[in-house]
Design a protein around this ligand. Structure first.
Ligand code: AMP
Length: 307
């Protein structure tokens, strides 16, 4: 029985960064998410791919208890995204988005997946995200939403409909500003909370993460790396570590959310060290624990020592 359901894209990406180039490599919001989350909990993945997709390339996820039976193979080509980055690795420039099989995708949530306690609506058409919520059977399920400028600009009203029905939203700062029409992240987060979510998690690339949950505000920097190779999927990998940890703990208390943010940041820091899903694919628990500890040491300081 899975604990965490994710619906989103499984893709072939072509990426160019100042440090290299990779063509037709594995990507997609749901795949990056699953790759990270599966270190912490049992994940069920719902997505569609085309006949050109090599399912054997993601079979390794089964060893981490991922249920891949929700992947539908359709006539046509797999979703493709082409992007590039300049030296500002925080901002992806989309060169091409080919929806392909996503255009006719109607996500079907298998019966046993519909009982999951935690649901992540990865970046995909908000119309499809609503369709997933319609199929969730657990009234207490914690539902978390992600999106991107492509959908904010092309499906704003549909996105607002989804927003009313979720518990949390995980977006990057540009997306938060675009949705809320506010420059201040604090004001923007507060405004988004009036639309439905009770917690807003804002990803800020190399500047870390801000979370607003009720009246609580939590800030964390990004783990400082010497070399960042490819930031593609960092946001989804963050979300995978974040939700994987929450599903593992089985609660969404404020203390758990804070640790989940650190876990997500640790996973994202690994993801950017190589192209595609490669770094997280080869990761192990001692590496995760080691970096969590190193990160924690960077963040500790004592009480103020003068009157
Ligand atoms: P991020 O974590 O934001 O870097 O997400 C990168 C992933 O999002 C890539 O692997 C892409 O395949 C995927 N992606 C790009 N554009 C879209 C889109 N419009 N809808 C869903 N997924 C997308």
């Amino acid at each position: 029985m899975i604990k965490l359901l994710v619906v989103g894209t499984v893709a072939y990406d072509s990426i160019e960064t100042p440090f290299g180039k990779a063509d037709n490599v594995l990507g997609g919001s749901a795949l990056h998410f699953t790759n990270a989350a599966s270190f912490f909990t049992d994940v069920g993945l719902v997505a569609t791919v085309g006949k050109d997709f090599k399912l054997s390339d993601i079979a390794f996820l089964k060893d981490r208890n991922v249920d891949l039976s929700g992947i539908k193979v359709d006539e046509g080509k797999t979703f493709r995204w082409e992007g590039k980055y300049g030296y500002d690795l925080n901002t992806a420039i989309t060169l091409k988005t080919e929806l392909n099989v996503i255009e006719n995708f109607k996500p079907h949530v298998p019966d046993d997946f519909a009982e999951a306690d935690f649901v992540f609506l990865a970046n995909i058409d908000p119309v499809l995200q609503s369709h997933v919520i319609d199929q969730i059977k657990k009234p207490t399920a914690i539902v978390v939403l992600d999106t991107m400028n492509f959908w904010i600009e092309n499906r704003f009203n549909e996105l607002m409909d989804v927003m009313r029905r979720v518990d949390m939203i995980v977006v990057n700062e540009a997306e938060l500003r675009e949705i809320s029409k506010e420059h201040s992240l604090v004001k923007g987060a507060r405004k988004i909370m009036t639309y439905g979510p009770t917690s807003v998690v804002v990803k800020r690339g190399e500047y870390g993460v801000m979370m607003m949950s009720g009246e609580e505000l939590f800030l964390c920097p990004a783990y400082p790396l010497e070399d960042v190779f490819d930031p593609t999927g960092a946001g989804d990998t963050f979300a995978g570590g974040f939700m994987g940890y929450i599903a593992n703990m089985g609660d969404a208390s404020i203390a758990t959310l804070k640790q989940a943010i650190i876990t997500g940041s640790v996973m994202a820091s690994f993801n950017v060290e190589d192209f595609s899903i490669n770094r997280i694919k080869g990761l192990n628990y001692p590496e995760i624990k080691g970096r969590y500890g190193a990160f924690r040491n960077c963040l500790q300081f004592g009480d103020i020592a003068f009157d």
